[in-house]
Design a binder for this molecule. Structure first.
Ligand SMILES: Cc1ncc(COP(=O)(O)O)c(C=O)c1O
Length: 496
């Protein structure tokens, strides 16, 4: 028999026994993090986790209690100094944002309030609706459109593709892919981010049915090849259902010809999705407003707020042109989720009707606070600044005889390599040499670009979505690449 009386005689909670001590600790944490952020540029960008650190994370599962203070000390010793570095002014790896102090505090407030922001009549739901309206305005989406905040562009892309697939074949919700009359086929360029390919797998399309269309020398999708492929697929009895365009490819920042792709999608009567993970935000700048204007004609759009809106991880947005189509892809009635006329179960419709997730955090708060703190004009200026910095770096590279641009700089990404004149290093050697330069840049804590392969050539790749970077940081990068390059080239055989 379960002795509930005895258990209830000693009821417990997870709240602190000593609220004053917890408050003191909290204040200390905020002070420490403010110092950390204020002086981040003075630290090495990265240092590898030591053996002691790795050991610290092989401890047994804690069974007994430990004091909050001692846990925080462990954080200070074993975690904070070994951070990834994407908050540092010389971080330009992958495409990773920097975050802001107020964004950090907003996450703390959201965590303290801790609403499950999916259902119910409470302020956080209205905050998210407000944020989605602002996102639609930012991207020029129509008032009758809808959207959802999700963890990242990967989730935004898969959400959009589900909507597109279910719009194209409404039978899928009932019968799955078993119900479709012909195999579905999707189109995008070879430069498309691999999360889109994974999304295609996840929605049952399969890699084979994702047509990865070749690109031109500017890394934009080849329109003739695309049209020819669609025609061939139709002739073979397949069912083209979706065209995915890139507004900023991950490798080089290339923007596909969006207006032309929109026209093709309309002509073919297929879903037109844009992956604008970071590039869509360049629409906020005068120089890119026109090129990116067709974003507002997409059936769906994925973009991150934790990349080029500099907000702390994780938050992204998916916008769908038509709320009804969006809803019909996900809405599912369940007794325990029914909407009421009054009480806590009233209010805005459950967001679970617009995506896969039921439990959702209050990430809308950091978006709401950040947009108000800086205003769109400041974001536009910062994005412009990042693009200008990329062009500046591109110029530095182009002007130096020992450096080589591997792709045109068109937005915020610069791909280059060290290639000293007077040497006849082959591609393999240059690849190994540049990889070594990159690893040493990281290991010496100087800067953190990352890498990609372009036509088989290893490129040091700078993707600039960093509001802390200054012109001098790019000077420092170039100087370090040249210095390390010289040092390593002397004994190039040693790197193999
Ligand atoms: C073009 C593009 N699409 C999608 C993604 C995936 O975004 P996330 O990492 O936020 O899921 C990225 C990430 O860098 C990207 O550059």
């Amino acid at each position: 028999m379960y002795d509930f009386q005895q258990i209830l005689a000693q009821e417990e909670t997870l709240d602190p026994a000593d609220w004053t001590a917890m408050r003191v600790l909290g204040h200390r944490m905020i002070d420490d993090m403010m110092d950390y952020l204020q002086h981040i540029g003075e630290r090495p960008i990265w240092q590898p986790p030591t053996e002691a650190v790795k050991q610290a994370f092989q401890a047994d599962l804690p069974i007994a209690q430990q004091s909050s203070e001692s846990i925080y000390e462990e954080f200070l010793t074993h975690i904070l100094p070994y951070n990834k570095g994407n908050i540092h002014p010389r971080f330009w790896g992958w495409v990773q944002g920097t975050g802001t102090p107020l964004g950090m505090l907003a996450d703390m407030l959201a965590s303290g309030m801790n609403p499950n922001n999916t259902i119910g009549d409470h302020a956080p739901m209205y905050v998210e609706s407000q944020v989605l309206e602002w996102c639609k305005t930012m991207m020029g989406f129509p008032a009758e459109g809808s959207g959802l905040l999700v963890s990242g562009a990967s989730m935004a892309n898969v959400t959009a593709l589900i909507v597109g697939r279910n719009w194209f074949e409404q039978i899928i919700r009932e019968k799955g892919l078993y119900g479709v009359p012909a195999p579905l086929v999707m189109y995008c360029s070879v430069e498309t981010h691999n999360c889109v390919f994974k999304a295609a797998e996840a929605i049952g399309i399969g890699q084979e049915n994702v047509r990865k269309i070749s690109v031109n020398e500017a890394y934009q999708i080849d329109l003739d090849a695309l049209k020819a492929q669609i025609a061939a697929d139709r002739a073979a009895g397949l069912a083209p259902f979706c065209l995915v365009a890139n507004a900023g490819t991950v490798n080089t920042g290339a923007i596909d010809p969006l207006a032309e792709l929109r026209a093709i999608a309309t002509h073919e009567n297929i879903w037109f999705h844009i992956d604008g993970a970071f590039g869509a935000l360049a629409k906020l700048t005068p120089e890119f407003a026109e090129t990116l204007a067709p974003i507002q004609t997409a059936d769906s759009l994925a973009f991150d707020l934790h990349k080029w809106m500099y907000m702390p991880y994780e938050v992204a947005c998916v916008l769908i042109r038509c709320q009804k189509i969006h809803r019909s892809a996900f809405a599912l009635t369940a007794n325990y989720l029914l909407h009421h006329e009054r009480g806590l179960s009233a209010g805005i419709e459950a967001r679970a009707n617009y995506g896969l997730e039921l439990s959702r955090g209050f990430k809308a708060l950091k978006v709401w606070m950040s947009l108000k703190e800086h205003g769109l004009e400041k974001y536009s200026r910062l994005i412009r600044q990042n693009i200008a910095q990329a062009f500046y770096l591109g110029d530095l590279v182009a002007q130096h005889r020992d450096l080589e641009l591997l792709a045109p700089v068109t937005m915020n990404i610069v791909c280059f390599r060290y290639r000293p004149v007077g040497t006849d290093f082959d591609t393999d050697t240059l690849n190994a040499l540049n990889k070594e330069i990159l690893m040493l840049l990281h290991e010496r804590g100087i800067a953190a670009p990352t890498y990609t392969l372009l036509h088989g050539q290893y490129a040091i790749r700078v993707a600039n979505v960093n509001h802390r970077s200054r012109k001098a940081d790019f000077d420092a990068l170039v100087a370090a690449v040249l210095e390390i390059g010289k040092e390593v080239s002397v004994n190039v055989a040693s790197i193999f």
